[in-house]
Design a protein around this ligand. Sequence first.
Ligand code: BGC
Length: 519
Amino acid sequence: MAGGVVTSSAPMKNYPGKLTVFVVLACIVASSGGLIFGYDIGISGGVTSMDSFLLKFFPEVYQQQKADSTTNQYCKFNSHLVTLFTSSLYLAALISCFFASTVTRVLGRKWSMFGGGLTFLVGACINGAAKDIAMLIIGRILLGFGVGFAIQSVPLYLSEMAPAKLRGMLNIGFQLMITVGILCANLINYFTAKIKGGWGWRVSLGLACIPAIIITLGSLLLPDTPNSLIERGHTERAKAMLRKVRGTNDIDAEYEDIVAASEESKAIKHPWSNLLKRKYRPQLTMSLLIPFFQQLTGINVVMFYAPVLFKTIGFGSEASLMSAVITGSINMVSTFISIATVDKVGRRALFFQGGIQMIICQVGVGTMFGMKFGTAGKANGPLSKAYTDWLLFFICAYTAGYAWSWGPLGWLVPSEIFPLEIRSACQAIVVAVNMLFTFVVAEGFLSWLCHLKFALFYCFSGILVVMTLFIAFFLPETKNRPIEEMSIVWKKHWFWGRFVADEDVDDENMEMGKKTTTD
Ligand code: BGC
């Protein structure tokens, strides 16, 4: 559940207590969960653009890349094994998500994080020491399992440990840590590529150990969440833990609410069949389409392949890696803009602004590639300064547009529209669809570029037009709306209103009324 902090069903109110060391520690562990995910996203493109790495594992791609400018430039890096190196991780993460949700429930969040961190650590060591492609791919698969466990358990852990009023902020905070991980990876690649002797890529891949050690050891030090203890029947331990975590003995109100929430969720026997009820059609649609569209913005073309892309166009190795550092920095800094504005201007405004900016930029990138290589893929002379400046400008403006719209909102919006009845099932779908299409883009991009040439970027802009129209017509504004009131939001919507019957809204309002009176 990357970034998808799950809110507990307990109403948002101010329970007694303060922000304790435990909660701060929880934030650090959560950060390392975002970091390991981001580090993987940012590291592979730089590594696959290093000559020493290509020479060792993919010599035919190295030859292809060094071939003279009469060969088709769009296909320079098109190798199934190179893409498998990047994409295998996301397939593994997708598969492990399903196991991770059971481990997280049965053994608790802590052991899920520990298992994820340890698997990730082993994967990082194998990758750093890799002698052949098999070791590389096995390492990537282990990293993927680790990421799957981390993105399933860490946000859940965070949302249960954090005081209610910090939950929303932590949601985008997790996305922010993903962007920090990507930037760290970009910077590390920039420096390790300069290491003489051609083993810099080992350092890049091996340094993934650092966030892995933080999450593995950190999880051992962390207590289990009170919610998880209650869920597993350890009521006395849960009370003691709540006192410790909140730094007060006055925990009865919160304890009662957690027990009530836990009983409510245990009473839901069939979350998956609930999901198919007509009244949940809007939520089901959003949980499938939002992560699907987030990946089809094409963002991971930049995140995974920025250095490869810049090398394709003719930048030198160092300039390519530096450009990735620039896009990584813009991605991180722009996420702050989202944090600062999302509750003021609302989700739809950010989706529109970011979407339109990305449409223009994808057209710009496609046109620049077309001007340089035409349809035949033949380079025509060296790059002028103006050309490289414009290309970088379009890629950076595109990344900024993503980082304050689809990046954080692709996780935030789904996490705030699911009622308790279907929350776990919908979150699982969001994570799985996200991982699946991360895999598809990682696997497909280099070959799409080879076949569709510069038109590929026009395709991305076409899809962006469709998704921006989708937001305009189908996504209601969710800013400042309590989750319990969401059914009214759908009911009032011109399209979704027909799926929500009057009694569905009444039912949930009655539930809300009950909750408010017990408050
Ligand atoms: C997405 C990743 C993407 C990252 C970029 C995340 O929300 O899930 O696929 O690489 O944003 O910052």
